[in-house]
Design a protein. Structure first.
Length: 266
């Protein structure tokens, strides 16, 4: 009997040793960083916006419920991604961005105080240097999120963008913070990041006419996430981001569902 118990225990040990390890998804708090797409979704003043049209909604002749809609929308508006092709002729289109570049460890640069004092604030090299003084050098391969605090104004176009006027003439009246071209050049020259995003309509500030930060980042195939939702619950470091855009072949951008995972444990 003792021998049988020993053999059984030995067999169980072998089974455990041979068992394949189970893949574990990181555990932590999941934070939705996307605004919903609806009639109030904010788009650039020259765009028409998001449209959802109901096609079917009700009980069919066969007795079961069925619903189906169709939608139309510009690539750039609401919570979305700018593919590098948006401002760089030979850079990646939306479907060419490697998925590995859209997920991974992230950091948060908080400039809400600066933006409260100046809605045309340009996020500077000094803002990144200040972060690094507290937390160390931005780790290679990071996704960088910039918190201006403007997500709290969504979907009020006047408070969020500076104007609710439409058409080409309204573009000159846009006022919201963005990344300075100098900071964009510093990032691409001195640090290695996967992607960058912020809670305003554009990575360039509202009064930009040359969109230099777009040009600098996209020439290096660094995509940008724009119109992000509330970033206030994110820490300065130690969290993950997963950004999954619609896979539009040849696209210069598209709708984005993006989430963060904080308090990550293995």
């Amino acid at each position: 009997m003792t021998k049988q118990i020993y053999l059984l225990a030995f067999a169980c040990t072998l089974c455990l040793a041979c068992a394949k390890p189970q893949a574990k998804f990181p555990t932590g708090k999941v934070v939705d960083l996307s605004h919903p797409f609806d009639a109030q979704t904010i788009y650039w003043p020259t765009e028409e916006g998001f449209k959802l049209e109901k096609e079917q909604a009700g009980i069919t002749a066969q007795g079961y419920y069925y619903a189906s809609n169709k939608f139309s929308a510009p690539e750039h508006g609401g919570t979305h991604i700018d593919a590098p092709r948006h401002f760089a002729a030979n850079a990646n289109t939306l479907d060419q961005i490697p998925l590995e570049q859209l997920m991974g460890s992230a950091i948060l640069i908080d400039v809400t105080k600066q933006c409260e004092a100046n809605r045309d604030y340009l996020i500077s090299v000094e803002d990144f240097s200040s972060w690094e003084k507290q937390h160390g050098q931005i780790p290679a391969g990071s996704i960088v999120l910039l918190r201006t605090g403007f997500a709290k104004f969504w979907p009020d176009r006047v408070k969020y963008m500076g104007t609710d006027e439409r058409g080409a003439g309204a573009v000159a009246k846009l006022h919201f913070p963005g990344l300075s071209p100098e900071a964009a050049r510093w990032l691409t020259t001195n640090r290695s990041i996967k992607a960058i995003g912020l809670d305003t309509p554009s990575i360039d500030y509202g009064q930009s006419t040359l969109f230099e930060s777009h040009q600098v980042l996209f020439a290096k195939n660094i995509p940008a996430f724009e119109n992000l939702g509330d970033l206030s619950s994110l820490p300065a470091e130690g969290f993950l981001v997963i950004a999954m855009p619609m896979k539009i072949a040849g696209g210069s951008g598209g709708p984005l569902r993006i989430a963060a995972i904080t308090g990550v444990t293995d």
